[in-house]
Structures are given as structure tokens and as C-alpha cells.
Design a binder for this molecule. Structure first.
Ligand SMILES: NC(=O)CC[C@H](N)C(=O)O
Length: 308
């Protein structure tokens, strides 16, 4: 199996479909991104990286940051996190508020916005917002083995001005005492984590610890225990694509996490970490071409966790 050929073929076959889907426009800065782009990177646990297309163009990782902040929060408070956020798929959109009232301000999982905002509140404990953002950025430098990663302040400010639903979610949960810090502090951190810029190669490297039992094979550094890596992967499989999670498992069969910037991080446990990026989103807010590309990749490599 030649992974470089597979990546090149996918880029070539998707060429006629570039621009499919709809770029997220509720964050004005993201609406400016050219939709006719597609990139793919595959980083294997034996230390090789393959990439094709626009794999070195930086994009806003948005909700993919939820995986990394969850990793940080688990490191801080361990299992106590599950008192404040659940582990079940939500069956609703990423920014839905409907379940929160029935479920007393405890979000369904850490990968919908409400759950991610609770996770950010946990990482913020004992810090000023600026320090929490710094901690997140240093963690990303560490796991991606790349000190050049940076946050796009314009994207963060753009969402700060227009993130009305996230303010509603956070205030609602604060009413249930499941947000412990001032809402503008928590969301200040959340909008900055979402505004981290990465390219497919960097993102595939950052996800390697999830593919390799918690240890980044490029650096040899342990990020989490094998058990924790397995559990994060399980949650990515069941909850990583909001109400498109079942369909992603059906089509691709890999743990994955999407973002409205158009990126998807996917993990083939024991084999590889992959990143795809194309700005256009489908009706569930997940990257349209990115899902198709991962479907092709999983089919051609046989990497689905369900085998075959
Ligand atoms: N699905 C996403 O990527 C959503 C992240 C975005 N920052 C938001 O909160 O709306």
C-alpha cells in the first residue's frame, strides 16, 4: 500500500468537486476563506508523513480544539470531569441548547459547544484567561512538535463579536452552576482555542498520540496513558461529528473530530493520524469534501476500526 499514491489520487479525484458545501459564515472572518481548497496529510505511527493538495495551508481548527482541551482538562482533574459533562452522543447540532434544560445544565458530551465550554471552564481554573490560552498554545506546540503554531487574533475577535449562541449556552449553564468563571473569561479562552491556525501536516502530527497509545512516536513523549487515548478515541467516534457522528462512523469507521473551519482530524488506532481540510460544510456543519476524502482513504487502506 503506497500512502503517497493514495493521497495524490484522492486530491486528483476530488478536484472536480472543489467548492462543494457552504463555508461557515456565522463567524464573519471564516466566510472570507476561499472554498476551492483541499488538503490531506497522513502521519503513520512509524514516523512517516505523506501529504497532498493544500496540506500546508493554515486554517482555523475551530472545534478540533475540543479534543486537545479535553486532553488538557483530563490531565488536570481526571475522572472528576464526568460530573460536569456526559459521554453520550447528543443527536443535535453543535450549538444546540435544547437538551441543556432537561439535563440540568450538564452537556451531553465534551465535543458539542456546551460541553466544550465546560471543559474550557475546567482548564481556566486557577488561571487568568491569558494564562489558560498560553497553556493551551504550549500544549499544542508540545504535541505537534512545532513551536510556530499561533492563534489568529482576527478570527478570535470575529467570533467574540458574533458568538451570541455560545454566550447564551454559557450563561444558561452558569445559571445551573456548571460554569464557575465569568462567562466572558471562559468564552475569551474558548474563542482563542478555536482560532488556532494549523495546516493538515501539523494537525496530523498533533493527533499522533491518539493513534499510538498516548505517546507521540516522533518525539517519544508520553501525552496520555494508553487507556486515556483509547477513551478519547471512543468519544471521537461516537460524538466527534455532532448529529453526523453515526453517518461518519458508517461511511468512514474511524474516530474523528470536525471543525467549522473545514478540518477533520481522524485516527486509525495503532496505524496513523490523518488530517483533511476543505472549507465547505454540509447540512450538519461537518466538512463536506473532508468526509468524502476520509471515506476514500479508509476504504483504500482498510483502516476502518470495524475492519475491512
Ligand atoms: N463546530 C465548530 O467548529 C464550532 C466552533 C465555533 N467556534 C463555535 O463555537 O461555533
Amino acid at each position: 500500500m503506497n500512502l503517497q499514491t493514495i493521497a495524490d489520487d484522492i486530491v486528483r479525484e476530488l478536484q472536480p468537486r472543489l467548492g462543494e458545501g457552504k463555508v461557515a459564515d456565522y463567524i464573519p472572518e471564516l466566510a472570507k476563506v476561499d472554498p476551492n481548497q483541499f488538503g490531506i496529510a497522513i502521519a503513520t505511527v512509524d514516523g512517516k508523513t505523506y501529504h497532498a493538495g493544500d496540506a500546508e495551508t493554515h486554517f482555523s481548527i475551530q472545534s478540533i480544539s475540543k479534543v486537545f482541551m479535553l486532553t488538557l482538562a483530563l490531565g488536570k482533574v481526571g475522572e472528576a470531569i464526568w460530573k460536569r459533562v456526559g459521554r453520550e452522543p447528543s443527536g443535535s447540532s453543535f450549538n444546540s441548547i435544547v437538551q441543556l434544560e432537561h439535563e440540568h445544565g450538564i452537556p451531553r458530551n465534551p465535543f458539542i459547544n456546551a460541553g466544550a465550554i465546560v471543559v474550557t471552564d475546567i482548564v481556566l481554573a486557577g488561571h487568568a484567561p491569558r494564562e489558560a490560552i498560553g497553556e493551551f498554545l504550549r500544549f499544542m506546540h508540545f504535541i505537534a512538535n512545532d513551536e510556530t503554531l499561533s492563534i489568529d487574533e482576527k478570527v478570535a475577535q470575529s467570533e467574540q463579536r458574533t458568538g451570541f449562541r455560545n454566550f447564551a449556552l454559557a450563561n444558561f449553564m452558569r445559571g445551573f452552576r456548571n460554569i464557575h468563571h465569568p462567562v466572558d473569561h471562559v468564552l475569551g479562552v474558548y474563542f482563542h482555542q478555536c482560532a488556532l491556525m494549523m495546516n493538515c501536516v501539523q494537525l496530523a502530527h498533533a493527533g499522533l498520540y491518539l493513534a499510538n497509545h498516548g505517546t507521540n512516536p516522533l518525539t517519544g513523549f508520553s501525552v496520555v496513558s494508553p487507556r486515556r487515548a483509547r477513551r478519547i478515541n471512543a468519544m471521537m467516534l461516537t460524538c466527534g461529528h455532532y448529529d453526523g457522528s453515526g453517518d461518519f462512523a458508517f461511511r468512514v469507521g474511524l474516530p474523528g473530530k470536525s471543525g467549522v473551519g473545514g478540518g477533520i482530524l481522524a485516527v486509525a488506532p495503532g496505524k496513523a493520524s490523518m488530517a483533511v481540510w476543505s472549507p465547505g460544510l454540509d447540512a450538519t456543519g461537518n466538512p463536506a469534501l473532508g468526509s468524502v476524502a476520509l471515506e476514500m482513504l479508509a476504504a483504500r487502506t482498510g483502516w476502518s476500526v470495524f475492519a475491512g
